[in-house]
Design a protein around this ligand. Structure first.
Ligand code: NAP
Length: 292
């Protein structure tokens, strides 16, 4: 893990560097080369791995020190400080589509637009298998961005003009995250930000459908409420997911953990399954040895 200090806003010079770096990152999204002088800028190091790939799934969670992404009542505005929220808007500006679960739409009535930084708003997608998102939700507002709803097969199409309905099959009551990624890619949306909430991000991580995970940790203890990532239990820390990660302290106290999830694919569950299989093989061998 690398730790970088400093801020993008601590002096005039740094402000200029941040503005130049953000312009370079946005240009890199369209294939432009980043000037060597900016390659090392903090913003470039944080965001170029998101900007450069033509296809990518990045997931984000903003959480407290005790791992909460919202209070018991579902309030999550705002766990992170202004610099953390700017970062979220930059992520939105770099992707083709931002994806949330219907729980977030119901709790937050989020707009999912880019407002705090320069950049275009992406398409907005809600995973809503039963079609329970309110029809007047802001995510469906006709502001020029593409709007899509992912529903289970057999559920009626969304009646709002201009909102695309994507029907996907349920398996054990859930839609496979890989099917979501493939369906959106077929519609030209290949760079995705899975913005929340916890259920949705956890499902994408568990399915190994996430390339990068950005966890923005705020110096705040909520003490109760909605937990962030929740995955299958592991019996030993040897089976915990251990992605390569870099930490970036932001002005105001938030710390971004940028995790490369491709370095730990299946880190927990699959490793544990293999360990179980090895244990069973050993036991079988011991039994055969004893019998023989
Ligand atoms: N701090 C942050 O970064 C952040 C970000 C976003 C949201 N939030 C907070 O998180 C809370 C909402 O999170 P949440 O975990 O309750 O809800 P959520 O993840 O937003 O939505 C979960 C629901 O979306 C549908 N869904 C998502 N993925 C699915 C899949 N693969 N297959 C089938 N259905 C799928 C299901 O709907 P059905 O129940 O209809 O089956 C599921 O119950 C809110 O309080 C919000 O404020 C925090």
């Amino acid at each position: 893990m690398t730790v970088s200090a400093g801020s993008q806003r601590d002096a005039d010079g740094r402000d200029r560097e941040a503005a130049d770096a953000w312009a370079a990152v946005r240009a890199a999204r369209h294939g432009a080369t980043v000037p060597a002088a900016l390659e090392g800028a903090e913003l470039c190091r944080m965001l170029l791995p998101v900007a450069r790939p033509r296809a990518l799934v990045v997931a984000q969670l903003g959480q407290s020190l005790d791992g909460r992404i919202a209070t018991v009542t579902g309030a999550s505005h705002f766990i992170n400080g202004p610099a953390g929220i700017d970062h979220l808007h930059r992520l939105r500006a770099l992707v083709d589509a931002v994806v949330v679960g219907v729980g977030t739409v119901c709790a937050d009535d989020c707009r999912l637009t880019v407002r705090r930084v320069e950049g275009a708003s992406p398409a907005r997608v809600v995973i809503d298998p039963g079609g329970r998102a309110p029809l007047d939700a802001q995510i469906f507002a006709d502001d020029g961005a593409r709007r899509l709803t992912i529903r289970a097969e057999g559920v009626p199409r969304c009646p709002i003009a201009g909102v695309e309905t994507v029907h996907l099959p349920l398996s054990a009551g859930r839609i496979a995250p890989g099917d979501v990624v493939a369906a959106l890619a077929r519609r030209g949306l290949r760079r995705l930000l899975i913005e929340g909430g916890a259920t949705t991000v956890s499902a994408f991580v568990a399915a190994e459908a996430v390339d990068r995970l950005h966890v923005m940790v705020a110096p705040l203890i909520v003490g109760s409420g909605r937990q962030g990532l929740t995955l299958a239990p592991v019996r030993d820390l040897a089976f915990a997911w251990r992605p390569q990660a870099a930490a970036y302290p932001l002005p105001g106290g938030d710390v971004l953990m940028d995790c490369d999830m491709r370095t730990c694919a299946g880190g927990s569950a699959r490793g544990e399954e293999q360990a179980d299989e090895r244990d069973q093989d050993d036991a079988r061998r011991r039994r055969l040895h004893a019998d023989g």
